[in-house]
Design a protein around this ligand. Structure first.
Ligand SMILES: Nc1ncnc2c1ncn2[C@@H]1O[C@H](COP(=O)(O)OP(=O)(O)OP(=O)(O)O)[C@@H](O)[C@H]1O
Length: 235
């Protein structure tokens, strides 16, 4: 579904991606993990065409992304920091994004699940961080693309909203979607992920399922297994 060949990206002298090779098959939840600043968002933005790599190729469904931007309409994206226009109301924003995208959007159920009805006519700058994130989630999941990319989707969510988010992600996977997610919340990653993709020193240091991760690190506990990989950073 997503194939990345020898991807390089630097910002000034800061070499962030140093030859990333990655193959993400169809259907499943793939967690992109790594230390702060390791390049998770840079990798995601490269897939989305929001960062232009210095070298390397990205293929989505077999088609090279740099040659045709049309593939982007096949991806639903939840950004780490959503910069909403603050003077818009929630309902107006939802409608605006729907019209911009120009495809079918289904948001009534999502608004209900995340209990956003009381906020529909409120301006975005009057909302709490967690409520803004719920709006961010609605804007992502109201579409029905084959690929879903979620950059830190749990930020600011209360435990009830977190449960709804997890159910939503699992439900989307059952529809056959390919979901890429970054998060620093290990219990969340452990519960939802089929595979872990771990970035270290600009490359994919590990890719495999939870069992393979346990075997590689010798740690039965997921959080300790990830910490074990993270500590390789300081070796
Ligand atoms: N537009 C940019 N200009 C300059 N440097 C950038 C830019 N975007 C990212 N970087 C740098 O690239 C490195 C990787 O950043 P990135 O946001 O991809 O990391 P991350 O793994 O997502 O981090 P975190 O876990 O903290 O969210 C960092 O050192 C960051 O400062």
């Amino acid at each position: 579904m997503i194939k990345i060949d020898n991807l390089h990206k630097k910002f000034g002298k800061n070499e962030v991606l140093k030859g990333v090779d990655l193959n993400i098959p169809e259907k499943g939840i793939f967690a992109v993990l790594g230390p702060n600043g390791s390049g998770k968002t840079t990798l995601i933005k490269s897939i989305l065409g929001m960062v232009v790599p210095d070298k390397g190729k990205i293929f989505i469904k077999g088609k090279e992304t740099q040659q045709n931007g049309a593939y982007r309409s096949d991806i639903d994206y939840l950004p780490q920091i959503a910069n909403f226009p603050n003077n818009l109301g929630v309902k107006e924003l939802i409608k605006m994004i729907k019209d911009l995208r120009g495809v079918n959007a289904d948001y009534d159920e999502l608004i209900k699940v995340f209990k956003l009805e009381p906020f529909l006519n409120k301006k975005l700058n009057n909302l709490s961080g967690g409520t803004k994130q719920k709006v961010n989630i609605v804007l992502t999941f109201m579409f029905d693309s084959q690929i879903v990319i979620l950059d830190e989707p749990t930020t600011g969510l209360d435990p009830v909203a977190l449960i709804h988010l997890k159910n939503l992600i699992k439900k989307e996977k059952e529809k056959g979607k390919t979901i890429l997610v970054t998060s620093h919340i290990m219990s969340f990653v452990e519960e939802i992920s089929d595979e872990i993709v771990f970035i270290l020193e600009g490359k994919i240091y590990f890719k495999g399922n939870l069992q393979e991760l346990r075997e590689k690190t010798g740690e039965a506990d997921f959080e300790h297994a990830i910490a074990n990989l993270l500590m390789k950073d300081h070796a």
